[in-house]
Structure formats: structure tokens, C-alpha cells
Design a protein. Sequence first.
Length: 134
Amino acid sequence: SNSLLFSKTKSTEGSSNYFHSAWSVSIADKHYVQVKLPVSTKTFRFTYTNRSNNGNAALAWFNLYTGTNENNLQLYKRFAWDEDGLPSGAAGVYVSPDVSIDNAANTLRFECESNWTGGSFFVWSEFSLFILSE
């Protein structure tokens, strides 16, 4: 299987490395990470790791959208902490089940509904995507 690994980003907060969506300013839209794949896929798996120092902005509810481009996204699933076992703590790891979609997609959007503290922003220290079938 093919794997895409999104490497850690350098933080402005000391030596910690992680991605953090905007938390200190208000934005009109929901916070998200969008992935444009080099190939279309019908089956994939993803993993993410919360930042190591705390789980304050860990995802509690998020939506996964799939499509052929950013203007043609369909909701695949709403992931929930209780139903899907999303991790709340520092360095918590989530491994998705295999995601199978009817129409091949090359654009994926992970959109935050709420983090564990009720905010609209989120943090990942690592994210991986595994393409299981094209």
C-alpha cells in the first residue's frame, strides 16, 4: 500500500512540533485540513496523533468529506469521540478503520466540529494517510 506522511510542522511555542489551526482569531468557516492526493482512491486509512504536551485541542467530533475536487465534496462520515474512540489526551493516537467510498476521490477534507474543550480549533502532531486501493 502507498503511504503519505505529513511531517511535523515547527511550532512557535518552544521546541514542540505540531499543526494547530487558528485559535487566537475568529474565522467564519470551520477549521479543516484538506489533502489533495496524487491519485484517486476508493479505499484508504488514516491516523493522527494529538500533540504531546496536552489534549486540549484534540478532535472530539469531526467530519470527513471526500470528492474529486474542493468544490465537489460529499460528507463521508461524522466521527465522534464516543462512537469512534477518538483520543482526548496528550499524544493520543487515532487509527481509522478502512474507509471505502463508492466514487474514487483525490480530495479529502478533515473538518473540526468541536475539540474536547468545546473549541472550534484543533491540533495534530502527526497525520498519516494510507492509500489501500486506487
